[in-house]
Design a protein around this ligand. Structure first.
Ligand SMILES: [Zn+2]
Length: 400
């Protein structure tokens, strides 16, 4: 997990009190009986009932005003390029805008939209290393963008993966977007990547844009990447029966994305629940893409899965927080001592039919965000993108 980038002033001691609902991110215990979180220098140091926490001497006190606090959302599948710019739809500020949608960590599935992207082996390695460094040094809106995800090409050998890993690259871009499309070839390279600690994701389903190709269930199973990327297609899905077969025959992460087939998203989530492996479900947007940029994409996925697939909202939030953190070995996504103090503060949107935040999500409404915190530092107050939250937290005091 990336540490705070250079120039990021430590948060000092932060106390978040008067929490109405604390979501843990842990699918085995999604709701915590706690109203207070104590943070020091960007990490959670305690949580529980206020009377049991050492709240003295805080530099910053947040009164959550009985709203819901959850771990910051993780987008498991994005395609950044450089800075807070995407050439895909010619937009600036998309990462900061996504932070206003509660996302505090993004994971690159390849910097595939870079104009003139190199496809030779030296060039693709250089790009991956440069992207990893650039996003480690520059965090738009404070968002942790884990980038530098090379798209593998024919001709790569084991030493290329060793070299990438030693240079700090920890992810592969979507397998199948480059010239490696056959199962046996992908399998060999995925295994080399895994040997050196590089996590892999495979493109699943029909071609995303002209020039890319179909990756069918047999290739996905043979390649055995760590994440079955956009199992519901990006955009075009495999047949439902094949998606269910992937859930059953593979034990890898089941990634469901916004920019995929929504009907199959529901089917994939249900299949995972039927197989008693809800911990494998993780969420992404697969943006920017032809469908645009979705600052609220992860919240929309949570609301869609909860409302249409009938999944309790507190579980659906785990798909976008703790599940992803555990599968991707991130030090965020869960309310646990020692984890990053990355939080989203939410309340039921004004005038939703839901009487509570969780009920509103189960009815298909997205929450209103009242604050986002990353590494214990407030990054935004009332979101400029969500519908307005009924109640929002306030900074109740700060000592010096
Ligand atoms: Zn894809």
């Amino acid at each position: 997990m990336a540490e705070p980038a250079a120039g990021n002033t430590p948060s000092g001691k932060v106390v978040i009190r008067n929490i109405g609902l604390l979501l843990s991110g842990d699918i085995d215990q999604p709701i915590l009986d706690a109203d207070t979180i104590v943070v020091n220098d960007g990490k959670i140091v305690a949580f529980g009932k206020e009377k049991d926490c050492d709240t003295e001497g805080a530099k910053t006190v947040i009164d959550a005003r009985r709203t819901c606090v959850a771990p910051g959302l993780i987008d498991s599948h994005v395609h950044p390029v450089f800075g807070d710019w995407t050439p895909r739809q010619g937009q600036l500020g998309w990462i900061d805008s996504t932070m206003n949608g509660g996302v505090t960590t993004m994971i690159s599935a390849g910097e595939v939209h870079l104009p003139g992207r190199p496809k030779d082996i030296v060039g693709l390695k250089a790009l991956a290393i440069t992207a990893q460094r650039a996003f480690d040094n520059f965090r738009p809106g404070g968002v942790k963008v884990l980038a530098g995800a090379p798209v593998i090409e024919k001709g790569m050998v084991e030493s290329d993966f060793k070299e990438l890993a030693e240079a700090g690259v920890g992810l592969l871009g979507e397998v199948g977007l480059g010239s490696v499309k056959a199962g046996y070839e992908a399998k060999e390279m995925v295994a080399w990547a895994r040997k050196y600690g590089i996590q892999s994701t495979i493109h699943t389903g029909g071609p995303s844009i002209p020039g890319s190709g179909l990756i069918d269930k047999d290739v996905v199973l043979e390649a055995d990447a760590d994440v079955i990327g956009h199992i519901n297609g990006g955009h075009t899905s495999l047949p439902v029966a094949h998606v269910c077969e992937l859930c059953e025959k593979s034990s890898r992460a089941i990634e469901i994305v916004h920019n995929g087939n929504e009907k199959v998203a529901i089917e994939a989530a249900r299949a995972a629940l039927d197989l008693k492996c809800p911990h494998r479900i993780i969420l992404g947007t697969d943006g920017p893409a032809g469908s645009g940029v979705q600052p609220l994409g992860i919240l929309r996925m949570v609301a869609m899965l909860s409302s249409i697939a009938g999944i309790p909202a507190e579980l659906a939030f785990c798909f976008a927080t703790g599940n992803t953190a555990r599968i991707r070995n991130l030090n965020c996504g869960l309310i646990e001592v020692g984890r990053a103090a990355d939080f989203v503060f939410m309340d039921r949107a004004q005038h939703t039919a839901g009487k509570t935040l969780l009920e509103s999500v189960e009815l298909g409404d997205i929450p209103g965000i009242g604050m986002v915190m990353i590494d214990g530092i407030v990054r935004c107050g009332r979101s400029r993108n969500t519908p307005p939250a009924t109640e929002v937290p306030v900074v109740a005091g700060s000592a010096h």
